[in-house]
Design a protein around this ligand. Structure first.
Ligand code: 5GP
Length: 203
């Protein structure tokens, strides 16, 4: 059986990765399994153990790292976040696609370990037109403009390490684009070649 595809949804903080991921899980007709992350942060109201995250203590998390239990992990605002490797490996081996929704440092670790994954960068809607909008508006002081442009520069730089960029302007639209990426990726010759080769027998 051919292996499943790893899909990594990432992007700068505040871009709405979580919202797009939830819409994918709820609304998408594409089949995939979502990998639930582990975190040391406090549970928020309405969040549930084993659905939103696996909530663990710092010590438990660090033990997982020591035991090679994490595909990737990162520290974000004083907390650990990471992807347990077991679930991902089992699903991929069973031929299922797996979706991760993680911040950028973690995504770069996955890129190293699993380069044939599909890496999607979610971008804020105003990134491309930031300079125009700021200079037309004329309300921001210079220090603020510099800061915003520097942040945009860093985000565009990060994007260069990904395969696809999806603007998060409207959630249903972003979801459709991600679905199209997944469908096209499945048709790539590099992904289907082996199964075709079996038909004629390996020489
Ligand atoms: P939040 O605390 O708002 O749920 O998540 C904070 C950040 O952590 C978000 O940018 C989210 O994408 C990221 N995140 C969630 N799970 C993981 C994970 O397993 N690994 C990494 N590296 N980041 C994660």
């Amino acid at each position: 059986m051919s292996k499943g595809m790893l899909i990594v949804l990432s992007g700068p903080s505040g871009v709405g990765k979580g919202t797009v991921r939830k819409a994918m899980v709820k609304k998408s007709r594409i089949r995939f399994d979502y990998s639930i992350s582990m975190t040391t942060r406090e549970m928020r109201p309405r969040e549930r153990e084993g659905i939103d995250y696996y909530f663990r203590t710092k010590e438990e998390f660090e033990n997982e790292i020591k035991n090679d239990g994490m595909l990737e992990y990162a520290q974000y605002v004083d907390n650990y976040y990471g992807t347990p490797i077991k679930y991902v490996q089992e699903k991929l081996d069973a031929g299922r696609d797996v979706l991760l929704e993680i911040e950028v440092n973690g995504a770069m670790q996955v890129r190293e370990k699993m380069p044939d994954g599909v890496f999607i960068f979610l971008t804020p809607p105003d990134l491309g037109s930031l300079r125009d909008r700021i200079s037309h508006r004329g309300t921001e002081d210079n220090a603020t403009i510099d800061k915003r442009i520097e942040k945009a520069r860093q985000e565009i730089e990060l994007m260069s390490h990904y395969d696809y960029a999806v603007v998060n302007d409207e959630i249903p639209r972003a979801v459709r684009k991600i679905e199209n990426i997944i469908r096209s990726e499945h048709l790539k010759v590099s992904r289907v070649y082996d199964s075709y080769k079996k038909v004629i027998g390996d020489k």
